[in-house]
Design a protein around this ligand. Sequence first.
Ligand code: DC
Length: 230
Amino acid sequence: MNTAAELVVAIDGPSGVGKTTVSQGVARALGYQSLDTGAFYRAAALVVKFHRVDPEDEAGVLAALSGADLDYRHGAMFVEGVDVSTAIRSESITAASSCLARLPGLRQVLVGRQRAWVAAREDRAVVEGRDIGTVVFPGAAVKVYLDAPPGVRARRRAGETSTTLREVATQLGRRDRLDSTRAASPLTLAPDAVAIDTNPLTADQVIAQVLELCRRRGIEPEEGRYRARD
Ligand code: DC
């Protein structure tokens, strides 16, 4: 499936950089919906675990996922109609999702679902992930790459969980490595993306910068269009 993606705002970057906060803030301001594509990889890991499939067995993984009902609505992830938003944030699912994200066949399936999600919203979406500006929506109107030093990201993440800073930093380093060195759609800065170092900025300042980029591309808040459905 191909999409013109003229209205899509793509937000990429490594773990713990604040993509979700920024995406949700930008989406709220524009009256768009936001899609956390990482939640799809995490939901896939949950399905694979449920079916007791070896995450290295790509054929088994694809079989387990074929026909699985994955849905993302207003910041929550659903599998077979059940809200799994909390379950997909566990340490084991986080690690398993990074492993699964290396499988090209699985990526193809999930990218198809992500494009369909956006198409169903007439391309009006803020989409966050690792490969949004490079692979999922190479024609996105606005492409942003958020970054911050690993120590800063680890500190932010540690504030959100009960895990110690050292453990968070180790896990983050492992995921950074997996996400940026894998052969299939690695995390990388698209040539036409605007890189923002979020380190010295508040979330609101980053959101304001992204909204300014949107404005320059002619994307402005649409009076209540999607707000009414939220
Ligand atoms: O953003 P997150 O931490 O919830 O993502 C979970 C895993 O999925 C992470 O290891 C990166 C991977 N991922 C990906 O490969 N491509 C995306 N578009 C989104 C996430």
